[in-house]
Structures are given as structure tokens and as C-alpha cells.
Write a protein of this length. Structure first.
Length: 200
């Protein structure tokens, strides 16, 4: 649904411009000669310039940042070397050294770019796998879910929080249910649909 709205947002200026130009065409008299079109061009060309600027603004501030983040996340899943990314490099250092004190540095780095899904995933994973700190791992997932913008990412983090509670806190089914409910609130997403199945 979000992708459809993005596409419609990009096409809307073209549609409006096309309708406006169509309204101007009846002013042209076929027998009046080419000079008669000059007043119309004087209105159409500035409007075209405004259209181009509007499209560039939409692309720059709404579409390209989101697409760039998604592409980067896909690349980071396997093709980046640690030296190429500060987050990946720090995660590798913590895994190698088992230095729990460095988790504070990682948390600061993750919060400096709170919309990046990968950061919250790595922070939670390290807390759980390297230091067996279930509460901290859960906190990273829930804080991340409240910080990321994309609803797919939010649903994913809430769903993983629910799974973590089920596996590590089996005596807290009520808490796991609340996380599933939060994920299910984004019922149009993959993980939202998966969460709904746990609430049936």
C-alpha cells in the first residue's frame, strides 16, 4: 500500500499538469498562426519548470532516501566487508573481543541512525548471542520497533520480540501476546499477518 501511495504521489504532478495544459488548448485558434501560441507558451513553460522542481523535490526527499535505505539494507546482509561500514565494523569487534563495555558504543551508534533496521537487529543479536542478556536484547527490539519508520520493519521487530519472549520467558505469555498484538497492528505487512495467526 505504501509503495502504491509513493507511485501515486510521483504521478500526481504530471496528471495535474496534463489536465491544466488540456484546459489551455481551447484558447488556440487554428487560423490565428503560430504567434498566437506565444501567450500560451508563456504560461505552459513556467508551469513545466515548476513541475520539474516539484518532481525533483519529491524524488530527493521522499522516494530516493527510502529506496536507498532499502537497497543498503539488502547489500549489508551479505556483500559488505566490515571495513566499509562503522556499524558492521563495531559489531565484528564486539563479537571478536567479547567486550561487553563496547555495547554502549554500539547503542550510541545505533541511536544515531534510529531508522536503520540493521542496527537494532545487530544490537539485539549481540546482547542475546554473545552476552545472554535477554532483557537487553528485548529492549533493543522494542526500542527499535518504536524508532524505525517503515511499517514492515516495525512489524518485524515486534514479531521478533514476541518470539524472543516465547523462547526465553515462557512464563510470560501475556507479554508475548502484547508484542504479537503490536505486530498485528500492521496487518498489511508480512510479519503483521504472521502475528495475527498467533492471536487466533
Amino acid at each position: 500500500m505504501r509503495r502504491l501511495l509513493t507511485i501515486l504521489l510521483l504521478l500526481l504532478p504530471f496528471a495535474l499538469y496534463g489536465l491544466w495544459v488540456r484546459e489551455q488548448l481551447p484558447e488556440l485558434d487554428k487560423d490565428a498562426g503560430p504567434l498566437a501560441a506565444l501567450p500560451l507558451l508563456g504560461r505552459v513553460l513556467p508551469a513545466l519548470l515548476i513541475l520539474c522542481l516539484l518532481v525533483v523535490f519529491i524524488l530527493r526527499h521522499r522516494i530516493l532516501p527510502r529506496w536507498g535505505q532499502k537497497v543498503a539494507e539488502k547489500l549489508y546482509m551479505g556483500s559488505y566487508f566490515p571495513d566499509e561500514d562503522s556499524l558492521v565494523r563495531l559489531v565484528a569487534e564486539i563479537e571478536a573481543s567479547k567486550d561487553e563495555a563496547k555495547l554502549a558504543d554500539l547503542a550510541v551508534l545505533v541511536r544515531s541512525d534510529p531508522h536503520r533496521l540493521r542496527g537494532w537487529q545487530e544490537l539485539s543479536r549481540l546482547q542475546m548471542e554473545s552476552f545472554h542478556n535477554v532483557p537487553a536484547a528485548l529492549d533493543a527490539l522494542t526500542e527499535g520497533a518504536e524508532s524505525v519508520k517503515d511499517i514492515q520493519d516495525r512489524a518485524l521487530l515486534y514479531y521478533r520480540a514476541a518470539k524472543l519472549i516465547e523462547q526465553e520467558m515462557p512464563d510470560r505469555p501475556d507479554r508475548a501476546k502484547r508484542m504479537y498484538e503490536r505486530a498485528a497492528a500492521f496487518s498489511e505487512t508480512v510479519y503483521g499477518k504472521m502475528a495475527l495467526k498467533h492471536l487466533d
